[in-house]
Every structure is written in structure tokens, then in C-alpha cells.
Write a protein of this length. Structure first.
Length: 261
């Protein structure tokens, strides 16, 4: 059994622990002692220092915030990483940045999961580094199957993917918040609003996934000319909803680029 070492174990790190603990021996290096104790108690895994994690792990996952990664990479650079696979899920941090910090010819893979990974329904974009192989990518995709689907991409697409799927759940949750508040403003109770919005959202998502029609076609089928849906759509279009989405995603992509500097 291979050993998977996680540096940092927040929500995404915990999702990986839950999904991989039957296939891997899990080690965690987590600075927060309360968090560390929780993970040890719930998943029966070992909490270790960085040196021990590096020595004993076959795969090392950097599940830390982008602003913390430089310091961690400098510490890793002092250890022998020969034969070890380094996987980063830090938003905006490029493979070349990691490789340059590690100095040695480390095998690096960059991955961008999203929040539905917490329930095994995520999608993770994956790209390889200079020294990693196609087999390494295949192995990591297999490891990530427990948190959802994977998509192999080129690294120059990663900032856009971060803006779309990495940040995407927050856009959906914002839409739900707004729809629930608007429903209450129309006189529905909080409980009614929540039930109606949640079921409309999940039902529509399942229909979109299973239908042979695309989103535009399905929208047209709901929207009768001169009807209630058309009245609402007209408001969205008048407020330039397409431009709002485009501007928002451009801002998210640009921020991902800034994080890499």
C-alpha cells in the first residue's frame, strides 16, 4: 500500500482523506492542533512532522493556501524528493513556480478540484509538470476518482478553469441565496422558499445532465413568448447578465494569475 502525505488538511484535504484512506496509508502534517486531533480521531490517521511525511510518503499533496506555499516549498527543497510525486491543489500556483522552488527535478502535478468534492461530486482539472509522466497523471486521476470526475488539461487553461469550476460553486450558492430572498419578498415563507429553490436547482441540474438538449434549448422550452418566464428573462437580459458573468469570470481568472506572481 502506498503512502499519501497531506501538507495541510482543510476541507479539501479532508475530502481526499475520506476518499483515499482505503487505498493509501495516510499521513498528515497539519499546523492547527485542534484540526489535527479531529482528523486523527475521525479517520484514524497519523499526524507527523514535515520531515517524517516527506521520508515516508510516495505522494505528497500540497493542500495549503497559495500564500503559504512558498514557505512550504522552501522546506521541501531541503529533502530528497527522488521518486516522489508532488501534487498541488493551491489556486493560481504554477507547476514551474513549484519546480523552481524545489530546485531538484521533482515530479509535479497541478490539480484544481472544487467544493462538491466534499460529497464525491466534484470535478478536478489535472495537468502535468516537466518531470512527471503520463503514468503519473493517470495514477493521480485514479486517486482523485473518489472525490468526483477528473479532466486532463494544459496548464495554460488552469486559471480559466479556476475561475469556472474552482470558484463556480460560490456563484451557484450566490444565485440560490438571491433566489430564496426574492421568493420571500414575494410572500413565501423561508421554508417554502428553500424547498422550492433547492428542488428547482437540483431537478434542473439533473435534467440538463440527462437531456440531449443543451442549456439554451432547454431554456427556450421553458420560456413561452409573452409569458411569465419571458418577463423574468427580459429583466436579466436588460441588466446584461451575460456581461456580468463574463466580467466576473475574467476577474477571477486575473486574480488566479496574480496569485502565481
Amino acid at each position: 500500500m502506498k503512502t499519501l502525505g497531506l501538507i495541510g488538511a482543510g476541507n479539501m484535504g479532508e475530502a481526499l482523506i475520506a476518499a483515499t484512506r482505503k487505498a493509501y496509508k495516510i499521513l498528515v502534517c497539519e499546523a492547527n492542533e485542534t484540526r489535527q486531533k479531529y482528523l486523527k480521531s475521525k479517520y484514524k490517521i497519523s499526524a507527523v512532522d514535515l520531515k517524517t511525511l516527506v521520508v515516508k510518503s510516495n505522494v505528497i499533496v500540497l493542500a495549503i493556501k497559495p500564500q503559504d506555499i512558498a514557505n512550504v516549498l522552501d522546506q521541501l527543497a531541503g529533502h530528497d524528493l527522488n521518486g516522489k510525486l508532488i501534487v498541488s491543489i493551491a489556486a493560481g500556483i504554477t507547476v514551474s513556480f513549484i519546480e523552481q522552488r524545489l530546485i531538484q527535478k521533482a515530479k509535479v502535478i497541478r490539480a484544481m478540484p472544487n467544493m462538491p468534492a466534499l460529497i464525491g461530486e466534484g470535478i478536478t482539472a489535472v495537468c502535468k509538470g516537466k518531470w512527471s509522466t503520463e503514468k503519473d497523471v493517470k495514477d493521480i486521476c485514479q486517486m482523485l476518482k473518489g472525490i468526483g470526475q477528473t479532466l486532463i488539461v494544459k496548464e495554460d487553461q488552469m486559471d480559466a478553469i479556476t475561475a469556472v469550476s474552482g470558484s463556480g460553486p460560490a456563484y451557484v450558492f450566490l444565485f440560490v441565496e438571491c433566489l430564496i430572498k426574492a421568493a420571500q419578498n414575494l410572500g413565501l415563507t423561508p421554508a417554502q422558499s428553500k424547498e422550492l429553490v433547492y428542488k428547482t436547482l437540483t431537478g434542473s441540474a439533473h435534467l440538463l445532465e440527462k437531456s440531449k438538449d443543451d442549456a439554451a434549448t432547454l431554456r427556450a422550452k421553458v420560456t413561452s413568448k409573452g409569458g411569465t418566464t419571458q418577463a423574468a428573462i427580459d429583466v436579466f437580459m436588460a441588466r446584461q447578465i451575460e456581461k456580468i458573468f463574463n466580467d466576473a469570470l475574467v476577474a477571477a481568472r486575473n486574480r488566479a494569475k496574480e496569485l502565481a506572481k
